[in-house]
Design a protein around this ligand. Structure first.
Ligand SMILES: Cc1ncc(COP(=O)(O)OP(=O)(O)O)c(N)n1
Ligand SMILES: Cc1nc(C(=O)O)sc1CCOP(=O)(O)O
Ligand SMILES: [Mg+2]
Length: 371
């Protein structure tokens, strides 16, 4: 029997220490072993990542279609994991098993778990694609295809997550310029806010980008959606969840083309016609207002509670009553049929934004505990 090792002086337990003649690997064979180990490790990595995503689709979202797609991809990966590749495994000799990044030990939210694992799968498939060119070109082609299928899965799943959270969000904070911007927003997030819009009509672009980035990061940590007012370019630059547009802003069709189908687009409406047009254009939610006159939007005539009642009966997508709503009048707006409201001053000027957020949410949750 010829025992092959990388090292001629290796102690071979199978021969009880009797040193047998060892034929060294040729350089070509050594490289082949390394390639096999890389393929073996990355097939495992891709499959593990897929399983993590699959569990969320199945148990978190109850989404059979997404779970099934993960399972199909997992099985496709497994098909390439031949005994030959498995046999190359050398876990004790792998220095990589000790290497972890601090970020891997803690995740801020389900979203970060999913994103980290999508990255892991995509990286693994890219590695598989490159190294399997030295092994089986067919495998390289299959891995490339799978990588694109994983990109599609990622965008469907992340889009699905966004839409779910939008439907579940009852309170929407629209910011105003403030020295305490980040503190105020964080206080509201601590109170349970799940939807934030960054709105600053006068800041220059460098400040706008800086603040948008910081707010997006904060929302990411708290698992909240982050929307940018007016500016599709800023929304894309900071990887926001979407944009809010007005009737005078960029047309919805153009914004959709730029943002793709997975990001959210909201549109302000003041009457039935605008509401019906917004739904037909495929926006994800609408603003309904201003319910009351408000200094935050000077000169815009109030629509009153009538339009709120109309929306309650006729709007098939999520809608947020907005304009002059605060802790004193929120129950009138709820009584008119609103299940979701958006506010600026009530939270941006609150002394205790966490408490006010909790109060507004408690009122909105009073009618139907679960949306
Ligand atoms: C949730 C929500 N509803 C309405 C608006 C107003 O948008 P718009 O009419 O474009 O006015 P500006 O906010 O850009 O002044 C909004 N921002 N958010
Ligand atoms: C930004 C905005 N849009 C409105 C609309 O009706 O389209 S009302 C509004 C301002 C709402 O501010 P506050 O909560 O301070 O009254
Ligand atoms: Mg606007």
């Amino acid at each position: 029997m010829v025992t092959r090792t990388y090292d001629n002086s290796h102690f071979d337990e199978s021969t009880n220490g009797v040193v047998v003649m060892v034929e060294p690997y040729s350089q070509k064979e050594q490289i082949q072993q390394v390639v096999y180990r890389i393929l073996d490790a990355n097939l495992d990595r891709a499959r593990e990542g897929l399983r993590i995503i699959e569990e969320w689709c199945r148990f978190g979202l109850n989404n059979a279609q997404l779970a099934l797609e993960c399972k199909r991809l997992r099985q496709e990966v497994a098909k390439w994991h031949t005994p030959e590749l498995r046999a190359a495994r050398d876990t004790p000799g792998d220095p990589g098993t000790e290497l972890t990044h601090p970020q891997e030990e803690e995740r801020a939210s389900i979203k970060s778990v999913l994103q980290a694992n999508f990255c892991r799968i995509e990286e693994a498939l890219r590695v598989l694609e490159e190294y399997s060119k030295l092994y089986q070109p067919n495998m390289a082609k299959a891995c490339k295809q799978m990588r694109y299928q994983v990109y599609t899965l990622e965008s469907s799943l992340m889009g699905h997550q966004r839409h779910q959270l939008l439907w579940r969000s009852r309170l929407y904070l629209v910011t105003s310029p403030s020295e305490n911007l980040l503190n105020n927003v964080e206080a509201a997030l601590k109170g349970g806010l799940t939807l934030l819009q960054y709105r600053d009509k006068t800041a220059d672009d460098s400040l706008r980008l800086e603040q948008a980035r910081k707010l997006r990061q904060l929302c990411h940590i708290y698992g909240a959606l982050f929307i940018v007012n007016d500016r599709v370019d800023v929304a894309l630059a900071v990887d926001a969840d979407g944009v809010h547009l007005g009737q005078q802003d960029m047309p919805i069709a153009v914004a959709r083309q730029l943002l793709g189908s997975q990001r959210l687009i909201g549109l302000s409406t003041t009457n039935k016609e605008e509401m019906q047009a917004a739904i037909a254009e495929g926006v994800d939610y609408i603003g309904v207002g201003p319910v009351y006159e408000t200094p935050t939007k000077l000169g815009k005539v109030a629509t009153g509670l009538e339009y709120v009642s109309y929306a309650a009966k006729n709007c098939s997508i999520p809608w947020f009553a907005i304009g002059g709503i605060d802790a004193n009048n929120i129950n009138d707006v709820i009584d008119a049929g609103a299940e979701r409201v958006a506010v600026v001053r009530s939270l941006m000027q609150a002394e205790q934004p966490t408490l006010v957020t909790q109060y507004l949410l408690s009122q909105l949750n009073r009618i139907k505990p679960e949306l």
